[in-house]
Design a protein around this ligand. Structure first.
Ligand code: OAD
Length: 250
């Protein structure tokens, strides 16, 4: 017996559409033990983004910024995907077109088995040299100091910092997927950081049915076609069961 109620309209839309787009934020990884940014006790309550997540801060004290990212890497390597990540990975199978866009850098969607993930803010498991742009995947996680590339350039995490542009192709793909879907889910994001927060609005402008899944209301709740109040680790497995029953029987 499902504890989450899905509306009749969502049921019909999911049955009728072949294209679903999902946008995820830090809340999707909260049940795995990765802290969010803006909830009470969140990352930006304890640390100042301008000291840690921008290029000027990195250039003025690279070891400090690097050690903070190493600390976050260690947290993320110790956690596991939760039922919400696994449900999204399995949902791919039930739609001809299923696009997963994430603001998260923790790699948990990949680790849960999602095959195609559009990473808007980068990935903490990747790094690159700021001078020659060479990529480094396996940086020793015990290192507390920043590393240098053979060319002499500093190696930085491949994440988007404040004031930096999002990866061009990722954003372009994300916008296209948001324009071309029958149902759009915005899950575990406060919808406060643009341009990611514009994607549900793009979807709505293009007549998609837009659904928010979050235990709390957000800046966008009023604009949604449907708000499902709940944790993604609980709601998404129920949504998957619902989709399985309906899509298989079709
Ligand atoms: P936020 O910390 O701003 O928002 C997290 C959202 O997750 C909130 O709306 C919570 O209510 C919700 N939430 C908490 N627990 C949840 C759960 N179990 N299930 C579902 N939702 C839950 O995180 P983001 O919106 O992802 O950017 O933040 C966007 C960007 O701001 C991040 O990617 C990061 C940050 O600065 C960069 O670092 C570039």
């Amino acid at each position: 017996m499902s504890r989450v109620q899905f509306s009749k309209e969502l049921v019909e839309r999911l049955n009728d559409t072949e294209a679903v787009t999902v946008l995820t934020g830090a809340g999707v990884s909260a049940e795995s033990g990765v802290p969010t940014f803006r909830d009470p006790g969140g990352i930006w309550e304890k640390f100042k983004p301008e000291q840690l997540a921008n290029f000027e801060a990195f250039m003025s004290d690279p070891d400090f910024v690097w050690s903070w990212y190493q600390h976050r890497r260690e947290i993320m390597r110790d956690v596991k995907p939760n039922p919400g990540h696994y449900a999204l990975a399995e949902m791919e199978k039930y739609f001809a077109v299923f696009n997963l866009i994430t603001q998260n850098i923790d790699n948990l969607h990949h680790r849960a088995g999602s095959k195609k993930v559009i990473e808007l803010h980068g990935n903490i498991e990747r790094n690159y040299c700021i001078k020659c742009r060479k990529h480094f995947d396996d940086i020793d996680i015990c290192r507390k100091q920043v590393l240098k590339c053979d060319c002499g350039g500093l190696i930085r995490p491949d994440v988007v910092w404040f004031g930096e542009a999002l990866p061009y192709n990722a954003l372009k793909n994300a916008e296209e997927c948001s324009r071309n879907c029958g149902v759009f889910f915005s899950i575990g994001t406060s919808a406060e950081v643009y341009p990611a927060a514009s994607l549900p609005l793009v979807a709505k402008q293009h007549y998609s049915y837009v659904v928010e899944i979050n235990p709390k209301r957000t800046a966008h709740s009023e604009l949604m076609d449907e708000v499902i109040e709940g944790r993604s680790g609980e709601v998404l497995p129920e949504l998957l069961n619902f989709i399985k029953l309906n899509k298989i029987e079709k």
